[in-house]
Every structure is written in structure tokens, then in C-alpha cells.
Ligand binder design. Structure first.
Ligand code: ARG
Length: 580
């Protein structure tokens, strides 16, 4: 909300009332042609004829009355009856002085708990670019919700319990059959070091996967191992613990790079003890039934336009699968946290799964009927050819490869500028990747064009960082110690007013981004604000300004832009480097 706009809307309402014109809502919106005005009221046309006015005539009456207000520099009629509004510089300044208070207002505690599940890396598989998106988007949504006063609990939900685990164990046994983990009669102490590295695991799993497709006996072995692991066979469990930990090492490093962290580092396996009682309860209460050996819940609804198949609680081989652990995990989360909302950030190919899962958990009364459950889906990150990202040799693009590519590009650019700090290179690379990822509409696929996203110009991470660093460097050079005493003043400088006009929108942007769960709204805004700031910077002497009042006002504006940029980047989990 922007108080200045709200006041204007109220004034228009009052004017209409005076004219005996009934109207429920008055909306003043940004002017789509900035050369005509800053804001606009487009409601006159709809009201005029109903009330016996010509639109232009009514618009003229409203403008004249608005013009009386101190907040107005100019209100005039355009075209068939649009009202264009330009606020006085002083009212914009007052509004900007209030921006922190307005942000605080929208950040008031909401007394609402959200549980967010994102990241979702899988044991023994490389992180792919989809996991990167889940991590970036989830982290951003979590921070945004927290900023707006929601209580948020986050969990990474490692993929650590499905059939892949049996495959990995079988795969390790093929290579190292003499390890004590496979010997059922083994009584001694198991090794405490993983017999395989994370790189080994990334080979072992796909190999086992291929073998299981070709060799039925091996497939059955994998099934048996999965079942025995899930039912507590000691050797398998000990081996599993070791390789899960090993597998998570590179993942945690990537999360560090992306500035992503979780309250809970749980996995599909965490709810294992709940599975058997859950299945029994579902069968006893007749929510679930047996169908061809599997345990299923009907989740289709009469109004469905697509075929919604039953939700599979347990397959016929009795092993827990993706859907099983997801359902049991809700039981566990509900028991411990009782969230008002569940958020899942996963790619859009999983939409049907989440639809079934949400319906099943409501039908089973695992959550309250008014608990809100959302799947925040996202599209695919594609290569320049518009097809899902591939490495040069055609393999699936791993997150690490993409990160390395961006890092190399940024490093080369920094070297051109005579810089060579690894730490700063990492901050910029992370920002580049994250901003590229987040600045696109979450739901649509997008092309990752490394040249475009690493550029210092345009809607890119480096551009926003550069702008922020620039503002900070001006402040450093000016040796500002107590910003409190610096004041914005009315200056006849369009580029200065333009920055103010953009800066007052920050609270509205936060609300809009939250409503739409759209981080690209924040990215777009950062770009607009930064653009106007750079324009101001190039047109204005700041440090060499002789008029002390003006100079201080300019410095204050640098401070406000730096602070807003830093705060908004923080929501996107992007850090600002000291220099660039
Ligand atoms: N591990 C899954 C994957 O790689 C994502 C997990 C999403 N979260 C969930 N609770 N199902 O596709």
C-alpha cells in the first residue's frame, strides 16, 4: 500500500460522493505513459454516462477539485476522460521518508504457520538444474513469507528412501561383495567410512538402474534389498547411512554457494516408522483399499477434467515409494508443527502427484479441511536451443557444471577489470545464476543464455549488484557517518524525482510478489529501481555538488537505494559484494 495513492483514491471517492455519484471502489494505478503523468484514474468513463455527464466533463470537474490538494502537482484530463496525476515533489519525498514504516506495517506478524518443502536432492544422483531452481525459488519464497510476518519452517526433503536405495546397495555389493554390510551373520563393528565416494555413487546408481532393466533377477534383488532396508536390516542400514552422508557433501556445498539453508534436513526416510501404522489405519478406516495387491486411495472428483488415477499408498511388493513417504511425511509434519499451509516447490511435471497427495491427505483427515496445500510448480531451464539443458556431450546438465560455467565466465570478466578475488567471484557468480533463474516467470520454461545473464548491462544479477556497489561506494567516498541527519529535499531534478517515484513502490512490490508467489516481480522492480538510479547517477553531480543541502539529499537517496536493493536481494538470497 502507498499512503499517497490511498489518500488520492479517498479524495476521488469524496468528490464523487459530493456529486452524488455512487461508486464502490476507486483505483489509482501507475500511468502506462509516464510522459503524461505518474499515476492515472481510469474510472470516469464507466461512471459518467450512468450519471448524466460527458466523460471529459466529469473528468474535468474531478481534476479541478483534486488540483486543490497540496499533494498534487498536476491533475489533467487526457483522451476520452482519463485523469493523469503528477504528485508534488514534496509529497513524494514525504512518502519515501515513510517507506520503512510502510514496510513494517505490511510485515506485521500474521500468526500463520507455513511449512515449505523445497530442494529435494536425491541420494546418489547429481543435482540437476531442476533442483537448482527448486532451491532458489523455495529459498526466495521462504524469505519473502518471513519478511511479511509469517512463521515458516523449511525442510530439504532428501530423496533417500525409495527403490534407488536398494539399487545402490545392490550396485555396491556387485563391486565389493566382501564388505561386512552384506553378511547377515556379521556381528562385529561396521566400518565408519563410506566405502564409496559421491562420484562413485553417481556412477553406481545409473549402472544399477540399467542392469535392473535388463536383468530380472537383479531387479528382484534390488526390490528385496529395498524392502529389507526399510524393515531394518542392520547391515544395509549402516551402509545406507554412510553413503547418504557421503552423497550429501557436494549437495551442501552447492547450497552454500546458493546461500540456501533449511531448518530441517530430513528426508523421505524420516517418516519410516509411521508407514506401517499409517497403512493399517487407512485400511481400517476404509479410506484406502487393496487393488491388485497394491494399497490405494481414490482421489478423483466428479468435476475433474483430466483422469486422476488413485493415489498409491503402497505397491504390491510392500516397499515404500515416493507417494508413500510423501503421505507419511505429512502425518509427521502435522503432528509436530500443525502448519496452516503446506508449500511444495517442485517442477511442473509433478503436478499430478501433488494433486493426488493433497487430496489423499485431506480424505484421510491427516490435515484439517481448511489447511491450504500448494504445489508451486516451475518450468524447465533450457539450453540456447530451447531444449532441456544438456552438457556439450549430450548428458544431463548437472547443477555443478552450470555453476562452473558461470563462474568461469564471471572470473574472466573480473580479470579483464584487473580483479581476482575468489570470494567476490563466487558472490557475483551466485547472484548471476540466481537472478537469471528468478527473473523469469516461475511457471514458464526459459532459456539459460550465459552471455546474456553474465552481462553487466540489462536485467541481470551483475547489473543489480553493480548498481548497489556503486551507491555504497559513493557513500563511502562521502564519509557519511550518521545518515539520520541527511534529508531529502525538493530539488528540480527529474532523474532524482524519478528514483523517488520508484523507491516508494517497494512495499507494494513485496505484497504483490507474495500474493502471486512470484519472485520475478521483485527482480523486475530491482531492475527498474536500479535503472532509474543509474540514470540519476549519470545526470547528476553528487560528490562534487556544492550546495550542501542538495548534496546531502543526493547522498540520502544513494543510501535509500542501496538499502532497498540490499533488502530485496536478501529476499532472493543474493549477497552484495564489497566491491566489483
Ligand atoms: N526428490 C524429488 C525429485 O528429485 C523432489 C522432492 C519434492 N518434495 C516432495 N515432498 N515430494 O524430483
Amino acid at each position: 500500500m502507498i499512503e499517497l495513492i490511498e489518500n488520492t483514491e479517498n479524495k476521488i471517492k469524496d468528490i464523487l460522493k459530493e456529486l452524488n455519484i455512487e461508486c464502490d471502489s476507486v483505483k489509482v494505478v501507475e500511468c502506462n505513459r509516464p510522459e503524461l503523468g505518474q499515476y492515472q484514474y481510469n474510472g470516469v468513463m464507466a461512471l459518467a454516462s450512468k450519471n448524466g455527464y460527458k466523460p471529459q466533463e466529469l473528468a474535468q470537474i474531478i481534476c479541478e477539485k483534486l488540483q486543490d490538494s497540496e499533494e498534487m502537482k498536476n491533475a489533467n484530463v487526457a483522451g476520452v476522460g482519463f485523469i493523469n496525476i503528477t504528485f508534488s515533489d514534496n509529497s513524494l519525498i514525504t512518502q519515501l521518508n515513510n517507506v520503512d514504516a510502510e514496510i513494517e506495517k505490511i510485515a506485521k506478524p500474521k500468526n500463520r504457520k507455513i511449512f515449505i518443502d523445497y530442494g529435494g536432492p536425491n541420494v546418489a544422483k547429481t543435482l540437476h538444474v531442476g533442483h537448482l531452481r527448486s532451491a532458489d525459488i523455495g529459498e526466495g519464497l521462504k524469505r519473502l513469507a518471513r519478511k511479511l510476518g509469517y512463521e515458516v519452517i523449511s525442510d530439504v526433503h532428501f530423496g533417500d528412501w525409495g527403490r534407488q536405495m536398494g539399487m545402490v546397495i545392490a550396485g555396491i555389493e556387485e563391486k565389493m561383495p566382501d564388505l561386512p554390510f552384506f553378511d547377515e551373520s556379521f556381528q562385529g563393528e561396521y566400518p565408519t567410512q563410506s566405502p564409496v565416494t559421491s562420484e562413485d555413487l553417481e556412477k553406481i546408481y545409473p549402472e544399477a538402474n540399467i542392469k535392473a532393466k535388463e536383468d530380472e533377477e537383479f531387479l528382484n534383488k534390488c526390490r528385496r534389498i529395498t524392502y529389507e532396508l526399510q524393515n531394518g536390516r542392520r547391515g544395509y542400514l549402516e551402509l545406507w547411512k554412510l553413503f547418504v552422508k557421503e552423497s550429501m557433501r557436494p549437495v551442501m556445498k552447492t547450497y552454500d554457494f546458493l546461500n540456501v539453508s533449511f531448518d530441517l534436513y530430513e528426508g523421505e526416510s524420516t517418516c519410516n516408522d509411521l508407514i506401517n501404522p499409517m497403512v493399517k489405519e487407512l485400511l481400517d478406516s476404509k479410506v484406502a483399499y487393496e487393488s491388485q495387491g497394491a494399497t490405494v486411495i481414490d482421489v478423483s472428483e466428479p468435476t475433474d477434467k483430466i483422469d486422476v488415477p488413485p493415489f498409491i499408498v503402497l505397491k504390491s511388493d510392500g516397499a515404500a515409494m515416493y507417494s508413500t513417504t510423501d503421505l507419511a511425511t505429512i502425518l509427521s509434519r502435522q503432528k509436530r508443527f500443525e502448519p496452516d499451509e503446506y508449500w511444495y516447490v517442485a517442477d511442473n511435471r509433478q503436478s499430478l502427484h501433488f494433486m493426488q497427495l493433497f487430496r489423499a491427505s485431506k480424505k484421510a483427515k491427516f490435515v484439517k479441511s481448511d489447511t491450504q496445500m500448494y504445489h508451486f510448480a516451475f518450468g524447465t531451464m533450457n539450453g540456447k536451443d530451447g531444449k532441456p539443458f544438456k552438457t556439450r556431450d549430450g548428458g544431463v546438465m548437472s547443477a555443478l557444471t552450470l555453476i562452473d560455467n558461470v563462474r568461469a565466465e564471471i572470473k574472466a570478466k573480473m580479470a579483464d577489470n584487473g580483479q581476482n578475488s575468489d570470494e567476490i567471484c563466487d558472490i557475483i557468480s551466485s547472484a548471476t545464476l540466481k537472478f537469471a533463474d528468478l527473473s523469469n516467470n516461475r511457471e514458464t520454461d526459459f532459456i539459460f543464455d550465459i552471455d546474456k545473464f553474465c552481462a553487466l548491462e540489462g536485467k541481470t544479477g551483475p547489473y543489480i549488484l553493480y548498481t548497489t556497489v556503486r551507491a555504497n561506494s559513493i557513500l563511502n567516498k562521502a564519509n557519511v557517518d550518521n545518515m539520520q541527519v541527511y534529508e531529502l529535499v525538493d530539488i528540480d531534478n527529474n532523474s532524482y524525482i524519478d528514483v523517488i517515484l520508484n523507491a516508494i513502490k517497494a512495499p507494494v512490490i513485496l505484497e504483490k510478489a507474495y500474493e502471486q508467489k512470484a519472485l520475478n516481480v521483485i527482480c523486475d522492480y530491482l531492475f527498474t529501481l536500479s535503472n532509474s538510479f543509474n540514470n540519476f547517477y549519470s545526470q547528476t553531480k553528487i560528490l562534487t555538488e556544492e550546495d550542501e543541502k542538495k548534496k546531502n539529499a543526493y547522498l540520502k537517496l544513494c543510501h535509500i537505494v542501496s538499502k532497498l536493493n540490499t533488502e530485496l536481494l536478501d529476499i532472493l538470497a543474493i549477497k552484495v559484494p564489497e566491491r566489483m
